[in-house]
Design a protein around this ligand. Structure first.
Ligand code: MG
Length: 221
């Protein structure tokens, strides 16, 4: 993993022990998934072992069907806590990054149909590309950032972090009501509309204005 070190910049972030992801946080994506708008944030976890850095390769195992991209704003916890107040929640965030919540969509759909957890569809090795984190103080306003993703140079997703149903502050407060947030934890805040498939040979670039990008080639295992 390369995201923990910033080559040549002398910056480091703590190791990640959990990635907490938010589902269904943009209305356009809820509509394209034919899902219902949640009354509370929808949470799931990805294992840190699924992370790769900018430039590393997304590897798709044989026989798993459709695999989708999902560009998301990631928040990294610098100061842990539980029962964090909404008004103080951003004090716990040290860095932000661009995250691609790669999803084995057919596996996930089958799990949903069967009423089973969709953990495997999200947790496969290399299915969490992430950009070099940027100190949150260097980003003008995390609530108003252009967020986009392209495949082979063609734009597939385009939105703004202002469109989130649950803002970063609410998400942090909600998660920490139930799970202690620890230094190094990463929170992926959901994807705007336009998710779609990636196939071996593609190059996928996820980008957030003022935060950075992660560009990852795709190959089969
Ligand atoms: Mg997602």
């Amino acid at each position: 993993m390369t995201y923990e070190a910033f080559p040549g910049e002398g910056r480091h972030v703590p190791p990640c022990r959990k990635i907490v992801c938010i589902g269904r946080n943009y209305r356009g994506h809820i509509a394209e998934m034919k899902a219902n708008e949640p009354s509370e944030p929808v949470l799931f976890l990805k294992p840190p072992s699924s992370m790769i850095g900018d430039g590393e390769t997304i590897v798709i195992p044989e026989g798993i069907g459709r695999v989708d991209h999902e560009v998301e704003l990631a928040l990294m916890i610098a100061k842990g806590g539980r029962r964090i107040e909404v008004s103080r929640s951003l004090e716990h965030v040290g860095w932000v990054a661009v995250f691609n919540d790669v999803t084995a969509r057919d596996m996930q759909s089958e799990a949903k149909r069967s009423g089973m957890p969709w953990t495997l569809s999200k947790g496969i090795d290399t299915f969490s590309p992430i950009s070099f984190p940027v100190p949150i103080g260097e980003v003008p306003d995390i609530h108003d950032l252009g967020i986009e993703l392209s495949v082979n140079g063609a734009r597939r997703q385009s939105g703004n972090t202002s469109e989130m149903i649950f803002a970063p502050e609410e998400i942090i407060a909600y998660i920490s009501r139930w799970m202690t947030l620890e230094e190094g934890d990463i929170i992926a805040t959901g994807t705007p509309e336009g998710v779609g498939p990636m196939v071996p040979g593609d190059t996928v670039e996820a980008r957030i204005e003022g935060v950075g990008k992660t560009t990852n080639p795709v190959r089969s295992a």
